[in-house]
Design a protein around this ligand. Structure first.
Ligand SMILES: C[S@@+](CC[C@H](N)C(=O)[O-])C[C@H]1O[C@@H](n2cnc3c(N)ncnc32)[C@H](O)[C@@H]1O
Length: 263
């Protein structure tokens, strides 16, 4: 599977009717986001902030509370329309993060949330880093989350066991559904695992949406090196519980949040 195929495969996931409603069930910030938003509040207040992959707008009210100069973009019309319905007066644009329709040095802060950067293959990921670097002002901040290759990699063969229930009918229904989901996962994985790649600095792993998607996983050291090669520096890393992870510390969280500065 090449970059374009991976891009289209993962983009289709967001175009499915009803997908925005599923994501809209979460309205709160992740613990790490609470910490980072507070950490960067001074930097964001009143400044131009770009929210890439705004989706159904989970982060929109939190970032708009910090800045009137907030812009959200998404490449999925399906997701963006849900956001526009919720926030009709917000600046929300249909735009692909790989090709940002903004001038150089427009934003003080850019956020690409909920591991959406991992929907892209390696070349496209580097394009995003290049584009974010271009639209950030000198000293501006880019933060995002990404799947951690040092965390637990997903397995379609992980059944997770049977569940109990008080009534026999409930017991049968619940466990039949569990077996059905398990078989569907395994079926999808057997079809998609040929696309997996494990390279020295990153992996493309089959997971997400019942093993229909391909996802980029990277370890902390490689991600920091990748950011530095793209012109970012002074990188900070935050674990899922919101604690800062030292440069030489091994962290097994499934996701990590990165805060990187331009220049
Ligand atoms: C997991 S959802 C997260 C939505 C929302 N930001 C949140 O955190 O709840 C990821 C979003 O990123 C968008 N996305 C993924 N890749 C993108 C890209 N290259 N350019 C713009 N949007 C992208 C998807 O369409 C989707 O709406």
């Amino acid at each position: 599977m090449n970059s374009d195929e991976m891009f289209l495969r993962n983009k289709m996931h967001y175009e499915v009717p009803g997908r925005a409603e599923i994501y809209a069930r979460k309205t709160s910030l992740h613990k790490a986001e609470e910490v980072i938003f507070a950490h960067l509040a001074g930097k964001m207040r009143g400044q131009p902030v770009l929210d890439i992959g705004v989706g159904q707008g989970r982060t929109t009210p939190y970032l708009r509370a910090l800045s009137d100069l907030y812009v959200g973009i998404d490449y999925s019309a399906n997701m963006l329309n849900a956001c526009r319905a919720k926030y009709p007066d917000a600046a929300l644009l249909l735009c692909d993060g790989r090709q940002l329709s903004f001038g150089d040095e427009t934003f003080e802060v850019v956020y690409f949330c909920w591991n959406a950067i991992d929907d892209l293959d390696h070349e496209d990921r580097l394009r995003i880093l290049g584009e974010v670097h271009r639209v950030l002002r000198k000293g501006g901040v880019f933060f995002f989350s990404s799947h951690n290759r040092d965390g637990r990699l997903p397995s379609a063969f992980d059944f997770g066991g049977f569940v109990g229930a008080r009534r026999p009918l409930e017991l049968v229904t619940k466990n039949t559904a569990r077996v059905g989901r398990y078989l569907f996962n395994v079926y999808n994985h057997l079809r998609n695992r040929k696309h997996e790649r494990h390279l020295p600095h990153y992996s493309i792993v089959n997971d997400g949406d019942r093993f229909r998607l391909m996802t980029y996983y990277i370890d902390k050291e490689s991600q920091i090196a990748q950011l530095e090669a793209a012109g970012f520096g002074d990188v900070e890393v935050v674990g899922l519980d919101g604690s800062f992870v030292a440069r030489d510390e091994r962290c097994r969280d499934n996701w990590l949040f990165y805060i990187a500065r331009k220049g």
